[in-house]
Design a protein around this ligand. Structure first.
Ligand SMILES: *[C@@H]1O[C@H](CO)[C@@H](O)[C@H](O)[C@H]1NC(C)=O
Length: 434
């Protein structure tokens, strides 16, 4: 009898053996994956490292010294009404007090009507420049026919704006380039005398046609950025359209590795660690948006149609080198690499996370995306003469940080809470403070 019992036991154990062996074999891999993901976590700081500069209305200090700054808008003659909408809005909510010049850039000669009307809207502070033809075209080393074919194919594939040649030029222009915004800033040649207008500034606030500002900005953001040692300010964070840039992240990480750059907490916040165990993880690296170890870029980035930035960041050798590297890969044309993603990844690699500022107090709308905070309780300066024309219609709310906002702060403000929250993680102790 005991023999039978023993046999049965052995039998049962033998049946469990493969499972047991599997568990023993898999355990280190599972453990390794857990450790990998755990190590990629971005710790939240205990205090807010990027608080709003102000959380109530300020009496605009119009006598204070200004920074060396300019508002910049790239526009076409056909966008006159949309451009006016933006300029009217920023004048009413900010620039009527601080009176920064407004530089308009076009790849075509300006219509007299655009100049007259927009200069008037900009309080007579408009500057109108034309981007020289040779700077708004394909780089000379690229095969233009192939690039044009690729652009048409991308259009059929349906990535937003990817079928428009001008859009590719624009993205490359804003990203940096030879003949792009940044090089316009650093080009010494007399030929580009007209662009001296941009070169002499340190700070810029990028504007886009068809934008609404919905809160009063009663302080000078350039001065505050300088004071707090910020280099890059944004309002909205969202996902990039993956199919517009399947090769961008590969090129970026290749350059990052080439330069031996460490990963900052902001960089890690842009990534999602893979749960695939080693060594299988690195096999994923050939998939789009993955780095060599198989981790994936979340596609979260700062939406660059609003940008308040220190142009010296983009003029730096490191950024120029990065741009040059990307440009040589041809992805501004073979794919539709956007300046928003390029700027964001560069900030993630080259800036200190604390040099990045989220302007969560600025109400901003472009296309269907917007953020708009609630008005600060007791912080609206009801008797201010400077603010008399800025009439809020949303109530003051405890915890509100807005000044005379014209929107309903109760509505979720930023459109993509996941991205915004992730990108704020290195600086913000609270989760989902949106
Ligand atoms: C814009 O208006 C101001 C004030 O009226 C004027 O001095 C300036 O020359 C104008 N600029 C352009 C480019 O027309």
């Amino acid at each position: 009898m005991p023999n039978v019992m023993l046999l049965r036991r052995i039998n049962r154990a033998a049946r469990r053996l493969p499972f047991f062996l599997l568990l023993v074999t898999a355990a280190p891999f599972i453990l390794e994956a857990v450790i990998h993901v755990w190590r990629s976590q971005v710790p939240r700081p205990t205090k807010d490292l990027d608080a709003p500069f102000f959380t109530t209305c300020q009496e605009p200090d119009v006598t204070a010294e200004r920074e060396n700054a300019v508002l910049v808008m790239l526009a076409r003659n056909s966008e006159r009404q949309k451009a006016k909408r933006t300029i009217r809005s920023i004048e009413a909510h900010f620039n009527k007090w601080f009176e920064y010049p407004v530089l308009f850039l076009n790849d075509q000669p300006w219509d007299a009507r655009f100049i007259a009307e927009l200069n008037k809207t900009a309080g007579g502070r408009g500057i109108f420049e034309v981007i020289p033809k040779e700077q708004w075209t394909f780089p000379d080393w690229i095969d233009q026919d192939a690039a044009k074919e690729s652009i048409i194919a991308q259009g059929h594939a349906g990535a937003p704006h990817a079928g428009k040649e001008g859009y590719h030029h624009m993205c490359r222009f804003y990203s940096g380039c030879k003949g792009g915004l940044v090089n316009l800033l650093i080009i010494k040649s007399r030929k580009f005398y007209q662009l001296e207008a941009l070169r002499k500034y340190k700070w810029y606030w990028r504007l886009e046609p068809d934008v609404d500002f919905t809160c009063a900005v009663t302080y000078d953001p350039f001065v505050q950025m300088a004071k707090h040692k910020k280099v890059y300010g944004y309002t909205i964070a969202l996902w990039e359209v993956g199919k517009s840039c399947p090769g961008l992240f590969h090129a970026t990480t290749a350059w990052k590795t080439l330069k031996g750059l460490p990963s900052s907490s902001l960089w890690s916040a842009m990534m999602e660690a893979s749960w695939m165990p080693f060594p299988f993880r690195s096999l994923l690296s050939w998939l789009p948006h993955r780095d060599a170890s198989g981790d994936v870029w979340s596609l979260c980035h700062f939406w660059s149609n609003f940008e308040i930035a220190d142009m010296d960041f983009f003029r730096s050798r490191a950024y120029q080198d990065y741009f040059e590297y990307l440009d040589r890969k041809g992805g501004f044309y073979q794919e539709r690499w956007g300046d928003a993603a390029v700027h964001s990844l560069a900030i993630g690699m080259l800036a200190d996370p604390q040099q990045v500022h989220h302007f969560e107090d600025i109400g901003y709308r472009h296309a269907k995306f917007y953020q708009c905070p609630a008005n600060a309780l007791g912080g609206q300066l009801p008797n201010s003469l400077s603010l008399a024309k800025n009439k809020p219609w949303s109530p003051e709310i405890a915890g509100g940080i807005g000044c005379r906002c014209e929107c309903d702060g109760k509505k979720g403000s930023n459109f993509q809470p996941y991205c915004l929250d992730r990108l704020k993680q290195p600086n913000s102790p609270k989760k989902g403070r949106l």
